[in-house]
Structure formats: structure tokens, C-alpha cells
Design a protein around this ligand. Structure first.
Ligand SMILES: Nc1nc2c(ncn2[C@@H]2O[C@H](COP(=O)(O)OP(=O)(O)OP(=O)(O)O)[C@@H](O)[C@H]2O)c(=O)[nH]1
Ligand SMILES: [Mg+2]
Length: 633
């Protein structure tokens, strides 16, 4: 097991490959088990609500029995409260169009928290499907001295019970054996969904207690002592927020200071390649396309890979060790003040990678208004596509010097930009809540998982995924737009006796100059206006576009070595700050808008989002520009 190539299943003796569904409470290890079974690399993280869509894969047991397997969003009960719980309910009850009910349900439970987890098991059992109980995280349970008698549990529940450790190689073996013992799978007689309510919630809870009295032996103090000790500090009303702020701050410092060396290496590599091309190729259109267009554009974006990876290293680390839900908990008060639920924290945090997964993760929010507001402010979180633009402008305009002997000024400015996004998101949430009518605050109900050391494999896979996404983007969208921009900025050529650089007369120059009257009041020159156009499709293209615009707008041989010195020499500080402010707010990503349309089921919200973000961006840039000018910038 575990090899990717086994993900495709073929079983000679089965007419139809049976479907196995992994079901369980949030954060009990379903996705980890799915990955273990199929060799897939779905995202796991140490907090509830990571999986929000059904994911399918396949595997074959030692005896050669093939299964298809479904990874489902976590659910506390089949009485669904949130859109992601509805997915789980509908799949298990066979209510989804085109899907029959699964042939076998593997109920995954967290062995350290059976009291909470078994309720769902009893509910699902009433549906009459063949079931196996996977006692997951038995490694943690054993460490804490919890003894679960699997035989007794199996007898009382009337289903096979196996112990699994989804994060260890071979930790899924017992489950595979149990599936082979069940083969051929009994034919099920699925009951209608209403069957789950045949027994009341309180009776179910009583049954859970009865079974656990028989099957579970707990030491006097069964909690996780270490997690409790850490939480005493980390969730402390005063210390907690201070620790959170310091942590976030250190992350931004690291993004700038650690990334410097690898960034230089990439930059040198790109420059060498460009030099080599220049030397080994005749001057002409092809040379211009490759050196000015492709190397200038793509190379300019590629240098930011180290910064993106460092940022994500920290996010993944905090995610896997279990700190993030604590941060949500700490911020719940603050977010409650603007009418957001603490649950919005995880979607908003995901938006720091990209607003698209963030908007989708809002599915875990029960209240429809809360969910809408969360979706609407998700793009204000600084996504990683903005990082290249910020990094370029900061390195060009903000001196690299220490402040108060401790902080790096560039890191401080970056922190301020992220902070500006967060504060304005809170302000927008507050206003939106007012518009939609105030309503009572819902208390945050969220399980705090036990702390654990991040699994190196998880971290490495997460970083690899990020790198892959970024490099693929560079190689596809960004490359395409860069070439397109090069074409636009190279043709038509300059007329006889031209006084401006050739790009001024090109199509791109004409568009840029046309837009200038809109953007001149906020300090943008025509070169920036040109770069804004392809930046609508993908924000980070603006950097490459500036590279292209400036590499081409030099007359004669003085082609730019790097962009930063050029723009720092030709733009005013006020212009640079205004562009930074623009990037904090402007809706420059069509993919996000179309996701919003899909998730809210109407184009209205996508338009509303684009409109309010543009207005905000313009106003913010206008104020920034004029204040900076007044102060002499
Ligand atoms: N020690 C230990 N950790 C585990 C085990 N199984 C999962 N984990 C960890 O538990 C956390 C949650 O795992 P996931 O697989 O994301 O849980 P999930 O059930 O898919 O969660 P949702 O998708 O949010 O419902 C991760 O940090 C895993 O590394 C296990 O058997 N032992
Ligand atoms: Mg999952």
C-alpha cells in the first residue's frame, strides 16, 4: 500500500468495485488514513474542518480485494448544521445524485475522545450499512494510559473494531485485514435517513456512556497534561495575545531576512542565463522576446519563491502542531467585536495563501450571514500572489536598516501591509453586519486538539505543494501573460524620429496612456498603468510586467540589470506607497471572483465584491499619495 500507482483499482472478481466511505468527527484523522490507504497527498492539519469536499481514491488489500474510497468532511452528527456536514450526510445516506450509498462505512474515531466520537457511530449504525470502526490515534491514547478493549467495543457495537495509527507506515494494516475478513461484503439494506432520529439524543448519549463503562479504562487524570500546561500560558488572557502578536511578527521578519541568500542565488542564475543568451544569440525579435520578455518577466517573479516558502513553512508548522485553533480562540473576542465568529478565522487564515481555498473553507460556518461576510472579506487577507509586488516595492523604496536595534525596517513595513489588510477586513465586516441587520453573537464551539510535534513528512509535502503551485503558475499563466505583454509592448514599433522609448508608441503604451487619466490622481505613471492590465488576471504578473515595460523602455543598450534600482530612481516615494496601498485592496484576481459566484450561488456578490474593493483601493491610494506628497515623499 501507499504507492501512488495503486490509486487506480482493478479487481478481477468484483463486478463493481465496492465503495468505502471514511466517516468521522472533524480532526480524527480521516484524511491521514485516506492518504495512507491510497498513497494520495490530501491536506491534513491539526484542526477541525480541513476537508470540505468529498475526495475519491482507491486501493487493493493484501488478498487482492479492490476498493474505491471516499474521504468526507468531518461531522459531529448526521443532523447536518453546515454545508460541509451536509455533503457528508448526503453521501452516507445515498442522497447525492448519481451516487449510491457506500458499500461499507469505516467510522474513524479519535481513541482519546471516544465520549464525543461514539455518538456519530451509533447514528450511522442506524442506517444499516456494513461498518468497521477504526480506533485511530491509538498511539496517543496509549501514551496517555487510556486502555480501550476492542473486543468489548466490537461486541457492544456489533461491528469489527480495529486499531489504526494513520500517521505511521503500516498503521492501516489492521483495517485492511478486517476488510478482507468481511469479504465478500454483506449486502446492505440501507434505511432512510430518518432512521438516525429513531433514538433521541439523550438516549444515544446514555448508550455511549454504557458502552464506555464496559470498554474503556481511564487513568485518574486522562487529559493531555502537557497540552494543558502549554495552554495555561498560550491561552492566558494577557500573555496569549502577546505571544500571538510576537509570533506573527517574527514570521514576517524571517520572510525578509532568511530569504535574502536564496533569492540572490536565483537572481544570479537568471542573470547568468540572460547573459549567456545575449552572447549566444543574434540581436533581433527572438532575442528580445526571450531576454526582455520571458527572462525579465518570469525570472522577476521566480525570485520570490524563497519568501513564499518561508511564510508557508511557518503557517504549516503552526497548523500541524495545533496552535492555529488556539489563535482562533484568542481572536474570537476581537472578531466578535465586529460581528464575525471565531470560526471565520480558519477561512481567513487560508486566504493568506490564496483567497480561493479561503472562500471555500467558509463552508464550515453555520450561520449564512456570517458565512457571506467572511467570504466578502477573504480577499482583503494578503494572498501570496501579492508578496512579490510588496517585496519588490519594499526592497526598492524602504531602506534595509535596523530599527531600535532590533527590527528590520523592511520586515516592519511588510508586517504593516498585512496588518492593514486585516484591520480593513474587520472594518468592512463591521459595516456589512450593520447593513445586514445586527444579530446575536454565536459562541465559538471549537475543539482544541492536543499539541504535537509537526510531522516532517506533512511539512515537507505541504511546502512541496506550495512550490509546485507557484512554479506551475509561473510556467503557465505568468509565462503566457508575459509573452502577450511583450507582444503588446513591442508592436507597433516607434515611428521615425521618435523622442520616447519604443514602448510608448506600442499597443500597451497606448492602453497605458489611455488609463493614465484615471490613475494619475493617485500617482500612477503610464508604466504602472500598463502593468496593471495583465495584473488583473494574476497579481504577481505586475512585477514581470514592470520588468518587461522597463527593460523595453530603455533606449539604446542600457537595458536594466534589475528592476528595483530603476523604479527607485524614477518613481517618487509617494507613487510607490500609493501602489502598495492599491495592492492591499484592489480585486485583481478573476479566479477569486468566479469562486465567490460559485460558492454564493449568485453573481451579485461577486460584483459587489469587485465594486467595493475597487472603490476602497482607489480611495486608499488617493489618500496615501496625497498625504505622502504633503509630507514631502
Ligand atoms: N499521533 C497521531 N496523529 C494523527 C493520527 N491520525 C491523524 N493524526 C493527526 O491528526 C491531525 C488531523 O488529521 P486529518 O487527517 O487532517 O483529520 P480529518 O479527520 O481529515 O479532519 P477534517 O478533514 O478536518 O475533518 C493531523 O495533524 C494528523 O497528522 C494518528 O493515528 N496518530
Ligand atoms: Mg480531512
Amino acid at each position: 500500500m501507499g504507492a501512488v500507482d495503486k490509486a487506480v483499482v482493478s479487481s478481477p472478481n468484483a463486478v463493481r468495485t465496492p465503495m468505502l466511505a471514511l466517516l468521522g468527527n472533524p480532526n480524527c484523522g480521516k484524511t491521514a488514513l485516506f492518504n495512507r490507504l491510497t498513497g494520495a497527498r490530501q491536506k491534513v492539519a491539526n484542526y477541525a474542518g480541513v476537508t470540505i469536499e468529498r475526495k475519491e481514491g482507491g486501493f487493493t488489500t493484501a488478498a487482492g480485494n479492490g476498493f474505491r474510497v471516499l474521504d468526507l468532511p468531518g461531522a459531529y452528527s448526521l443532523n447536518a448544521q453546515t454545508p460541509d456536514e451536509e455533503i457528508t450526510r448526503d453521501v452516507v445516506a445515498g442522497l447525492r445524485k448519481g451516487d449510491a450509498a457506500p458499500d461499507v462505512v469505516v467510522c474513524v474515531v479519535n481513541a482519546t475522545n471516544l465520549r464525543l466520537n461514539l455518538r456519530l457511530v451509533l447514528e450511522v449504525k442506524r442506517l444499516g450499512l456494513p461498518m468497521v470502526l477504526a480506533l485511530n490515534m491509538v498511539d496517543v491514547a496509549k501514551k496517555r494510559g487510556l486502555v480501550v478493549d476492542a473486543d468489548v467495543l466490537s461486541r457492544e457495537l456489533g461491528m469489527p473494531v480495529v486499531e489504526t495509527v494513520a500517521v505511521q507506515a503500516g498503521g492501516e494494516k489492521s483495517l485492511l485485514r478486517a476488510l478482507d475478513l468481511m469479504w465478500p461484503l454483506p449486502v446492505s439494506t440501507p434505511q432512510p435517513l430518518a432512521a438516525i432520529d429513531a433514538v433521541g439524543v439523550e438516549d444515544t448519549q446514555r448508550e455511549v456512556r454504557r458502552i464506555l463503562d464496559l470498554a474503556l479504562t481511564e487513568p485518574a487524570h486522562a487529559g493531555d497534561a502537557l497540552s494543558e500546561k502549554i495552554d495555561n500560558v498560550v491561552l492566558h488572557p494577557v500573555l496569549g495575545p502577546v505571544i500571538l502578536a510576537v509570533l506573527m511578527f517574527l514570521v514576517f521578519q524571517a520572510v525578509f531576512s532568511w530569504a535574502a541568500a536564496p533569492m540572490d542565488m536565483i537572481k544570479d542564475g537568471v542573470e547568468h542565463l540572460a547573459k549567456w543568451m545575449t552572447a549566444s544569440m543574434p540581436d533581433g525579435v527572438l532575442h528580445s522576446l526571450l531576454v526582455d520578455g520571458v527572462m525579465g518577466g518570469v525570472g522577476g517573479v521566480l525570485v520570490f519563491l524563497p519568501q513564499i516558502l518561508i511564510l508557508f513553512f511557518f503557517i504549516l508548522f503552526l497548523e500541524d502542531c495545533g496552535y492555529l485553533p488556539r489563535a482562533a480562540f484568542l481572536l474570537d473576542r476581537l472578531m466578535g467585536g465586529v460581528g464575525l465568529s471565531g470560526r471565520a478565522f480558519i477561512p481567513l487564515l487560508s486566504s493568506f495563501a490564496c483567497a480561493i481555498p479561503g472562500v471555500m473553507a467558509a463552508r464550515t460556518i453555520q450561520n449564512r450571514r456570517d458565512r457571506l461576510v467572511t467570504i466578502m472579506i477573504a480577499p482583503l487577507m494578503t494572498c501570496s500572489a501579492r508578496l512579490p509586488v510588496y517585496a519588490l516595492l519594499i526592497s526598492a523604496f524602504i531602506p534595509d536598516r535596523a530599527v531600535a536595534g532590533l527590527f528590520n525596517l523592511q520586515g516592519l513595513v511588510l508586517f504593516a501591509l498585512y496588518f492593514a489588510g486585516i484591520v480593513s477586513a474587520m472594518a468592512v465586516a463591521y459595516v456589512m453586519k450593520r447593513f445586514m441587520g445586527a444579530q446575536g453573537k454565536h459562541p465559538l464551539m471549537m475543539e482544541l486538539p492536543a499539541y504535537h510535534w509537526p510531522h516532517l513528512r506533512n511539512l515537507a509535502l505541504g511546502l512541496w505543494e506550495r512550490a509546485k503551485i507557484f512554479i506551475t503558475r509561473v510556467g503557465t499563466v505568468i509565462l503566457t501573460l508575459t509573452i502577450l505583454l511583450w507582444v503588446l509592448s513591442s508592436f507597433p514599433g516607434a515611428p521615425e524620429g521618435a523622442t520616447h522609448p519604443p514602448i510608448y508608441y506600442s499597443l500597451a503604451g497606448i492602453i497605458g496612456r489611455g488609463l493614465e487619466f484615471i490613475f494619475a490622481p493617485i500617482g500612477f505613471n503610464w508604466q504602472i498603468c500598463i502593468a496593471l492590465v495583465p495584473g488583473m488576471a494574476a497579481r504577481e504578473v505586475a512585477v514581470g510586467a514592470l520588468g518587461t515595460v522597463y527593460a523595453l523602455s530603455q533606449t539604446g543598450d542600457e537595458v536594466a540589470q534589475t528592476l528595483a534600482p530603476i523604479i527607485s530612481a524614477t518613481w517618487s516615494l509617494a507613487t510607490a506607497l500609493s501602489l502598495l496601498a492599491w495592492y492591499v485592496f484592489a480585486p485583481q484576481c478573476i479566479a477569486t471572483l468566479s469562486t465567490v459566484r460559485r460558492e454564493t450561488g449568485s453573481a451579485r456578490y461577486a460584483w459587489l465584491m469587485a465594486g467595493y474593493l475597487f472603490a476602497l483601493a482607489y480611495v486608499a491610494s488617493f489618500i496615501t499619495y496625497h498625504v505622502a506628497r504633503a509630507l514631502g515623499g
